[in-house]
Unconditional design. Structure first.
Length: 621
């Protein structure tokens, strides 16, 4: 420890980046004044996250660390995904958001209650330094009037500039009814709220200085229109599910656009039409990116149609003036005649991969666009082996920045050959159609050194091969629907094997459907690293799958069997799911020994980061 303290502040602060909030505080806070000051400096530049907080550490954070650090926190992340009811508990400790006086960035993750979001955003109205708000992965089925009340709170945050509301999913059939006008919001992401052009007009009126908008337009009539032009917008990302005439009307209203990104479903606009729209209505456009998904015309060869489409994008306007190149992808064997046409390089976050697809493009240097840096979500299609791979197959595509992979096994092994290290992947969802697929699954896991979450869907009971899977990094297992044949609950034998499996021994978060309540206690006591168990139980009355009832026998039984410091709640939107936030200290007989062991383990993890750190740092060069 003495040698660690001798490191310069620059190296100390860079080493902190490799630790999450809890690791950093548990290992180093309180050892001496210098390290405390370094931690305060760290939180001025980096996020204070409550996303993966063990229950036994929560009171310690609130009583020991947060009061001293609260004035230094600039970025805060609150999440209910692995810390149930976190915000309510935090507020009950008198840590309301208006106490974070210097907060500049707030990320709200997986908070399903609109009432909780309303309470949080109302407190944000008192934060004069808050410039960035993100609401991620939420699902709201609330009435539209309540959604507008939430928007009113957000539009009243005094200094808000960057507003990401992509976590809110809603279809609006009425105009925006926001009573407030925000002159500070310049960047707005609201991609999953679908509305028409008249509703868009209301949104623009409430946000007069908007420069960038990411949104979805869905018109339900060919007579939809936008009333006036907007001259502040320079960047627009829009997904369309509308009539072609509606799209053209919309582009007329944004003459100062410099960057346009478009995703279109079920409609196709050829190169000549796009050229006319751009030359007539978008004279300042410098960057144009699109993806169009539509069906080929039946009874005409698909490669012929693809060539006809690409020919419209080979004019001097596309190739010489702007150097905007276009690629066409299609599946020659698929009965669904869908095709995808997009600009190069690929600029969207999701991608479906299969060696059955064929491709052609307008770029002669076709191979220069095989690295897809923008993609975050990749779906690997289940395929049967093909005899050969011809020049039209995208067998050498790489995805260096992907964070989530969905794989239907068996899939094409050329994906593994082209992506031998998927360093950024954190989440993997797997569909297994046969028991022999576990070998390929292990190969895939081996190429994901940062994989955190693994979710399994299987047509059969979990095979013995599942319990032999290994990964140094996986800490979250989701077996919520472990079978697709109607047998949805883990048997007692499967629970025993899970407890003794390599992944079970290191699992921290487990989603599991259980055939018997008795194994809840075994999982909690024997999986010693588990901090959150989300379960569905066969013995639970079926009424809880659809309604909330006053008498909850299973919940009462769990409260009786487990210590009161373990938080036990039903999921608000899926009442059949019960979340148990485990307090591991109260389940251990000698917690005085655990704390120093825990600190030593974290210090060893800091030491292990130094080789990576020194390779990056210029201090030692």
């Amino acid at each position: 420890m003495v040698l660690f303290e001798c490191l310069p502040n620059e190296v100390l602060l860079e080493s902190f980046i490799y630790l999450d909030t809890i690791q950093l505080l548990r290992a180093l806070y309180g050892l001496n004044a210098r390290l405390n000051r370094a931690i305060y400096l760290h939180f001025e530049a980096h996020q204070f996250s409550f996303q993966s907080l063990p229950n036994e550490h929560f009171d310690l954070i609130c009583h020991e660390y947060l009061p001293c650090a609260i004035e230094n926190i600039r970025s805060l992340r609150l999440s209910h995904e692995e810390t149930p009811n976190l915000t309510e508990i935090l507020f009950s400790q008198y840590f309301t958001l208006d106490r974070f006086h210097r907060l500049q960035t707030l990320c709200l993750h997986y908070i399903k209650s609109l009432g909780t979001l309303m309470k949080i955003t109302h407190q944000c109205r008192h934060l004069h330094f808050l410039t960035t708000l993100k609401i991620i992965a939420d699902r709201h089925g609330e009435k539209q009037t309540r959604i507008f009340n939430l928007f009113d709170n957000i539009w009243n945050i005094p200094s808000l500039k960057y507003c990401n509301l992509n976590g809110i999913q809603k279809k609006l059939i009425v105009p925006f009814q926001i009573s407030s006008i925000s002159s500070t919001i310049e960047f707005l992401w609201i991609q999953n709220v679908k509305y028409g052009l008249q509703a868009l007009f209301g949104l623009l009126l409430c946000t007069p200085n908007l420069e960038h908008l990411s949104t979805t337009i869905g018109s339900y009539t060919a007579n939809d229109y936008l009333e006036s032009q907007n001259h502040t917008m320079t960047s627009l990302f829009v997904s369309f599910d509308v009539f072609p005439s509606t799209m053209k009307i919309m582009f007329e209203k944004f003459p100062n656009l410099q960057h346009l990104k478009v995703k279109i479903n079920n409609t196709y606009i050829d190169g000549s039409e796009w050229q006319q729209i751009i030359e007539t209505h978008l004279p300042r456009l410098k960057l144009f990116q699109f993806k169009m998904i539509f069906e080929f015309v039946p009874n005409i060869r698909r490669d012929v149609q693809a060539e006809q489409i690409l020919q419209t994008f080979r004019s001097p306007f596309w190739i010489e003036k702007h150097q905007w190149f276009v690629r066409c992808r299609w599946n020659p064997s698929n009965t669904i005649k869908l095709t995808i046409v997009y600009t190069l390089p690929y600029a969207f976050e999701s991608f479906h991969y299969s060696n059955e697809y064929c491709e052609r493009s307008t770029d002669l240097a076709e191979k220069s666009h095989r690295v897809y840096n923008h993609i975050r979500y990749v779906k690997l299609h289940r395929i049967d082996a093909i005899d050969s791979v011809n020049d039209l197959n995208p067998f050498n595509i790489t995805f260096p920045k992907t964070i989530h992979v969905t794989a239907h096994i068996p899939f094409d092994n050329t994906f593994l050959y082209s992506n031998q290290t998927l360093n950024e992947v954190k989440s993997l969802v797997v569909y297994l159609s046969m028991d022999t697929g576990y070998y390929q699954l292990q190969l895939l896991i081996d190429q994901m050194p940062a994989l955190y979450s693994l979710k399994i869907y299987s047509h059969n009971r979990l095979h013995a091969s599942f319990f032999r899977l290994t990964s140094r990094s996986v800490r979250r297992l989701d077996l919520t629907r472990c079978s697709l044949d109607g047998v949805d609950y883990l048997s007692d034998e499967e629970c025993r094997r899970l407890i003794d499996s390599p992944m079970g021994k290191q699992c921290e978060v487990l989603f599991a459907p259980l055939s018997s309540r008795d194994f809840v206690l075994d999982l909690i006591h024997k999986m010693t690293t588990l901090r959150l168990l989300v379960l569905e139980c066969y013995e639970d009355p079926k009424i809880f799958k659809y309604y909330k009832c006053k008498k909850d026998e299973l919940l009462e039984w769990l409260h009786h069997q487990l210590l009161t410091t373990c938080l036990i709640v039903r999921d608000q939107t899926s009442p059949s799911k019960i979340k148990i936030w485990i307090n591991r200290d109260d389940l251990t007989s000698n917690c005085d020994i655990i704390v120093p062991k825990d600190r030593g383990k974290i210090l060893r993890s800091i030491k292990s980061t130094f080789p990576r750190l020194f390779r990056k740092s210029s201090f030692y060069q």
